[in-house]
Design a protein around this ligand. Structure first.
Ligand code: NA7
Length: 545
């Protein structure tokens, strides 16, 4: 934001809509903030760039988009909501998730306080009035005492700088910017760049429809079997008897699920015992092989290799062409298992047995350029009708730094974090008073089930706002010392893991030039202990005035 003359400033103030709290983002976290803060008597407005609620589930409408956390863990724990809602599948697809958000919206009467199609572009803190002044792309201005950003971990798509990308004449879309009206892949020659979670999902759909599918893989995905199941209303009625306990357990676990990692180690067992455990987790499906596995898999390379080798054998057995074994499930792991987010798959490896599917290993034959009619690699030109960019996100920080947020030290948040993120508890940053972020950097975010974090971290933020309203001050921000302490804790944690060994978005390493650091706190239960201790000690580490 540029400095404004007094006259302009007064005119703008007059046209501003003013609230106690402006929340940004209508995903799980933002909707929860709106509902709970409104119930507690705060005046709240939620600003959302999309046309409907759902957050990532509004934007992610590419073929095959599906959540990889099982229900009912992937939903709100409010009984008034779950009692009347049933799912059709254990891992629901995007359309059903969208219907869930519409249901929540209607039940909680949320949309009356949401401005859709309203992308926040900038915000500046007014130190005289202790107010944030907020600008939007479409024009309306807002002001609020508190500015709560619930932009999620995947709000800024990453499109690599590929030579000639603009030359391609056919449809070319990033998965998160897929046309809302859909795009028919039937009978087309489709190229998918990227084999992360989104790529794996698109590939499974496209392989069934496309005349020819070319998969451009830089790093093989260590994908786990989803073990999808159809769910019946009767079965869910029985299951609902245990929902309360399961929801109560979520924040007591590592990743906010209804299960957590084992307390024994892989290396204390014989191979036979270990494999029996691995087989059980494999059959149970979902992310269990990752998040409910032996405690040393994330820390010890020998232990990690035992899990990787189990995965490799099971996976190779599904791929007919031996030449593809080394490409898709190599002998030497591309990175320690679990240091990049495993994707869930249903028939991903069988896809490579189809005649209409071809894998390009970019390590052997890199993309030289995109042309008007396809992609030229070091080997040949591949003619394509559609290009899918499943190339991920400027994850965790991008959603925040793409907004021009100016604090009290003359810097934007992007400038402040240019050399690395600094926060207290992953919730606030020095020099940005009354700015709070949920599911943000240095909080559990990408390591935690979204709805769990939305509720437990969300409740903590609501508690902080109530504390402030209770006559304790009008302005709050972390001390520089608290930020350094929190950063030190993050560094200590990451040093005890294998996470730095992968170029993952967890480490900020998927974006050229982004500082390499652990962006998420692993372990929601431990994280909430830190938050609780902070609040119990009068919001220790924050300066309140
Ligand atoms: P991811 O997991 O970041 O995957 C992005 C993929 O794109 C990954 O395979 C990358 O390869 C690939 N990529 C990125 N840049 C390039 C270039 N320049 N050339 C070729 N390939 C490239 O994003 P997703 O959207 O799949 O998933 C994000 C999260 O959503 C996921 O973790 C779940 O939590 C849900 P790389 O591995 O970097 O070699």
């Amino acid at each position: 934001m540029s400095a404004r003359s007094d006259a302009t400033s007064m005119a703008q103030h007059a046209s501003e809509q003013s609230f106690d709290v402006i929340v940004v983002g209508a995903g799980f976290a933002g909707l929860y903030q709106l509902y709970q803060l409104r119930k507690k008597g705060f005046s709240v407005r939620l600003l959302e760039a999309g046309a409907k609620p759902g957050g990532i589930w509004y934007w992610n409408c590419y073929p095959g988009a599906r959540v990889d956390t099982h229900v009912p863990i992937y939903e709100y724990s409010m009984e008034s909501l779950w009692q009347e809602w049933n799912w059709s599948e254990r891992f629901p697809g995007r359309d059903e998730l969208r219907r869930y958000f519409d249901y929540v919206d209607e039940k909680l009467d949320l949309s009356r306080d949401i401005d859709y199609d309203t992308r926040v572009t900038g915000a500046e803190f007014d130190t005289q009035e202790n107010q944030w002044r907020i600008e939007t792309e479409s024009g309306p201005l807002y002001s609020a005492q508190y500015f709560v950003l619930c932009t999620g971990f995947a709000a800024k798509p990453y499109i690599p700088d590929l030579k000639g990308l603009k030359e391609f004449q056919g449809p070319c879309h990033h998965t998160a910017l897929w046309p809302q009206e859909g795009l028919d892949l039937a009978g087309k020659r489709v190229g998918v760049i990227g084999t992360g979670a989104s790529g794996v999902q698109v590939i499974q759909e496209a392989a069934a429809e496309a005349a020819h599918l070319t998969i451009f893989q830089r790093t093989p995905m260590i994908a786990l079997p989803m073990q999808q199941q159809a769910l019946s209303p009767e079965g869910q009625a029985r299951e609902k008897l245990s929902y309360r306990e399961r929801y109560a357990r979520r924040p007591e676990t590592g990743a906010g699920f209804d299960y957590t990692g084992r307390e024994d180690t892989a290396l204390e067992h014989s191979q036979e015992e270990r494999d029996a455990v691995y087989d059980g987790l494999w059959q149970a499906g979902g992310l269990r092989f990752w998040a409910a596995n032996f405690m040393d898999i994330g820390r010890d390379e020998d232990a990690n290799l035992t899990a990787y080798n189990f995965w490799k054998e099971r996976t190779r057995a599904r791929i007919k062409d031996p030449a593809l074994h080394e490409k898709l499930a190599p002998d030497v792991p591309p990175h320690p298992f679990g240091t990049k987010r495993p994707s869930l798959e249903q028939n991903y490896y069988e896809v490579f047995n189809q005649d209409n599917v071809h894998l390009v290993d970019l390590k052997d034959t890199p993309i030289l350029e995109i042309t008007e009619s396809g992609i030229r690699t070091g080997e040949k030109h591949i003619d394509l009708d559609v290009i899918v960019l499943a190339t991920g996100f400027d994850a965790v920080t991008g959603g925040l730094t793409q907004i021009d947020i100016r604090g009290t030290q003359g810097k934007t948040l992007k400038e402040k974090w240019a050399e690395g993120v600094r926060t207290h508890l992953g919730i606030a940053s020095t020099g940005f008073p009354n700015l709070l972020f949920l599911y943000g950097p240095q909080s559990p975010a990408g390591f935690c089930n979204g709805p769990t974090c939305a509720e437990v971290q969300g409740d903590w933020i609501i508690g902080l706002l109530e504390h402030m309203r209770g006559g304790n001050g009008r302005r709050i921000e972390p001390t520089a010392k608290a930020e350094e302490t929190w950063n030190g804790i993050m560094e200590e944690i990451v040093a005890d893991t294998l996470l730095p060994k992968a170029d993952s978005w967890y480490m900020g390493a998927n974006i050229p030039g982004k500082p390499r650091q652990l962006l998420n706190f692993p372990g929601v239960a431990i994280y909430m202990d830190f938050c609780k201790a902070c609040a119990d000690n009068g919001y220790e580490g924050f300066s309140i005035s």
